[in-house]
Structure formats: structure tokens, C-alpha cells
Design a protein around this ligand. Structure first.
Ligand SMILES: NC(=O)c1ccc[n+]([C@@H]2O[C@H](COP(=O)([O-])OP(=O)(O)OC[C@H]3O[C@@H](n4cnc5c(N)ncnc54)[C@H](O)[C@@H]3O)[C@@H](O)[C@H]2O)c1
Length: 334
């Protein structure tokens, strides 16, 4: 049985990862349970984990070096999966400090702790946003990504650089995962599919940016979890420079247009009786920090793990709508 530290365990991806691992491993979940979005949802996710004997939850801030060190000292994790971060592109325009504290100082504290309490593998969340306005598609991990278009993206790229330096200097096996628009049941209310749903339920108009001309590689949560588990269990071999360091994309490898996505979402919400009619749509220009499209090249992931995400948007949004109906007690009985 391995001891796995999951930071961001009350978060969307962290809680699903902990669920997948808790039967066979000792999970230390860490999270500051902040108010970036509805805390009830974070508590709901934690509640489902707290019934497991193998799950220990510690509430604390990644930017607090003392707390992070004390967790490593006490539990000596074999594997660390760092998912805690200030997420969101648009929020970083108005709240830059949160990204410096959680994503830079917090990640530095994780790296220092891995240096002082050696681990078998450090896996950490990066993001498709590092590709900025990359023109070439699909996005591959050997594309040059030196032109971030948001502070969020800049912190995620920094994480990859910081991890490389620590891997090289202190021989810490480290893998960065660039996630592409993750969605699913009990997902993040700050993300478009969830915000649209909340508005549709209230009969409000929805805002569609870049006049609907945007593409996203929507990736279902279970595919992300399978990807993380595969990667986590196999630390990278030394590369040509002798550094045990890797970065992978985890994305659906099939971008969908924003308009198709909204239509599918509306169909699913109608199917479950959550809404009765489609919404008015307000078409607006592109928002600062946003990108035209995301599209993951997952050939490296396939080559090294024989796996790539495969859940269709139709299936994924169906499960989201079903969950939404049950969680918020709205809609019919279908
Ligand atoms: N969901 C996506 O589409 C997506 C895409 C790309 C990358 N990512 C990255 O994946 C990771 C997980 O994302 P998610 O969607 O589960 O986000 P989330 O916001 O649901 O989860 C992050 C969790 O980290 C916690 N947290 C934030 N700052 C903290 C701090 N300083 N100390 C302790 N805990 C802190 C939050 O309370 C939250 O519960 C993040 O690093 C995010 O940037 C997510």
C-alpha cells in the first residue's frame, strides 16, 4: 500500500483521483477549501471521501511552508500529486496575487519538500493554457510554449520549468500533465458548461464569446483520472540529459465547436427535464486571456501508457446533466 499525497483533494480532479485510489492506497488529502467557487461543492466531495479509513484530510495552505513540510515529515509520501492551484484564466486578470501565492510559492514549497523528503514520483498539474495562441494543431509537448496569454498560463509554464530544475538538481522524478478543459459531474462551477447550465435553469441569456467561433478539447473527468493513475505509477526514465522529467498532454484529441457544445448541453438538460427550452444567446467578442482553440496531441501518452481519453461529449454531458438534476434537485423523473 502506497502513501499518496494529493493536494487540491477537495477540488474537482483531486477528489475524483482520491476516490479512484483510496481502496488500495493510503491517501493524504490536502486543500485550503478556499472560496474561489461554491464551498458546499468542495465539502460535498470531501464528505464522500471521509468515510474511507484510508483517507486523511488536512486543511491548509500550500503557500505555508511549515504546514507542507510537516505533512512530508509526518507521512513521508511515496507519491505526490500536486493539483492544488488557483485555476481559471479570466480570474487571473483581476486576482493575480492568488496565482503567485498558490501556483508559484505553493509549488516551490512542494518541490522543496520533495527535495528534503525524497519521493518516488512527483506528478503535478500543468495546463493546455501553456500553449497560448499556438497556431499549430494539434498541440504537442515539444511545441515551443514561451508566449503565455494569461498569468495563469505563465504560472503553469513556470511550474514545468521549476520542476525541471529540481529534477535535474536533486534527481526528483517529476511528470507534468497538461490537462485540456476537464468536465463532468460535481465539476467546477466557474467553467463554461456549469455556468451555462446555471443560467439556462434560471431562464437567463448566455454569453458566447468570439461569436461562438471557438474550439475546445473537452476531456471527461474519468479519462483524466485514468491518465493520472497510469502516469503516477510509472516514474519517468532518465532522458538524454539524465533527468527524470516528462510532460504529457491529457486531452480528448477531438476539439468541439463551442456552438455544438452548447447545443449538446441544451439537449441533455432537456432530456432530463432540467430546462424546457433553449436559451437566448448573446454573441460577444473574445475575452482577454482566452484562446481560439485547444487540441491535444496525445501520441506520447499513447506510446508510453497505451491509453488516450475516449469519452464522447455526448456521453460526458449526459452524465453531467444527470448528476446536476440529482444534486440540485431540479428537473423531471426521466
Ligand atoms: N479542470 C480543468 O479543466 C483544468 C484544466 C487544466 C489544468 N487544470 C489544473 O488541474 C488542477 C486541478 O484542477 P481542478 O479543476 O480540480 O480545480 P479545483 O479548483 O476544483 O481544485 C483545486 C483545489 O485546490 C485548492 N487550492 C487552491 N489553492 C490552494 C492553496 N494555496 N493551498 C491548498 N489548496 C489550494 C482549492 O480549494 C481547490 O479545491 C489545477 O492545478 C488546475 O490548474 C485543470
Amino acid at each position: 500500500m502506497k502513501t499518496i499525497l494529493i493536494t487540491g483533494a477537495a477540488g474537482f480532479i483531486g477528489s475524483n483521483l482520491a476516490q479512484a485510489l483510496v481502496s488500495d492506497n493510503k491517501i493524504i488529502g490536502f486543500d485550503n477549501v478556499n472560496y474561489y467557487y461554491d464551498v458546499n461543492l468542495k465539502e460535498h466531495r470531501l464528505l464522500q471521501l471521509q468515510s474511507y479509513e484510508n483517507f486523511t484530510f488536512i486543511k491548509g495552505d500550500l503557500a505555508d511552508k511549515h504546514v507542507v513540510d510537516s505533512i512530508f515529515e509526518l507521512y513521508k509520501p511515496d507519491i505526490v500529486v500536486n493539483l492544488a492551484a488557483q485555476a481559471g484564466v479570466r480570474y487571473s486578470i483581476d486576482n493575480p496575487q492568488a496565482y503567485i501565492d498558490s501556483n508559484l510559492i505553493g509549488f516551490f514549497n512542494i518541490l522543496e519538500a520533495c527535495r528534503n523528503y525524497p519521493v518516488d514520483h512527483l506528478v503535478y498539474a500543468s495546463s493546455s493554457s501553456v500553449y497560448g495562441s499556438n497556431k499549430k494543431v494539434p498541440y504537442a509537448t515539444d511545441d515551443q510554449v514561451d508566449n503565455p496569454v494569461s498569468l495563469y498560463a505563465a504560472t503553469k509554464k513556470s511550474n514545468e520549468l521549476m520542476a525541471h530544475a529540481y529534477s535535474k538538481l536533486y534527481d526528483i522524478p517529476a511528470t507534468g500533465l497538461r490537462f485540456f478543459t476537464v468536465y463532468g459531474p460535481a465539476g467546477r462551477p466557474d467553467m463554461a458548461y456549469f455556468k451555462f447550465t446555471n443560467k439556462l435553469v434560471k431562464g437567463e441569456k448566455i454569453q458566447i464569446y468570439n461569436y461562438g467561433d471557438m474550439y475546445r478539447d473537452f476531456t471527461y473527468i474519468d479519462d483524466i483520472v485514468t491518465g493520472v493513475v497510469n502516469v503516477m505509477n510509472k516514474a519517468p526514465e532518465p532522458n538524454e540529459d539524465g533527468v527524470r522529467y516528462k510532460v504529457y498532454n491529457i486531452g480528448n484529441n477531438s476539439p468541439e465547436s463551442l456552438m455544438d457544445f452548447v447545443n449538446t448541453l441544451e439537449d441533455k438538460l432537456m432530456k432530463y427535464g432540467i430546462i424546457n427550452s433553449v436559451a437566448d444567446k448573446e454573441l460577444l467578442p473574445m475575452q482577454p486571456g482566452d484562446v481560439y482553440q485547444t487540441y491535444a496531441d496525445v501520441s506520447e501518452l499513447e506510446k508510453d501508457f497505451g491509453f488516450k481519453p475516449s469519452t464522447s461529449l455526448d456521453e460526458g454531458l449526459d452524465r453531467f446533466a444527470k448528476w446536476y438534476r440529482e444534486y440540485y434537485k431540479v428537473g423531471g423523473d426521466k
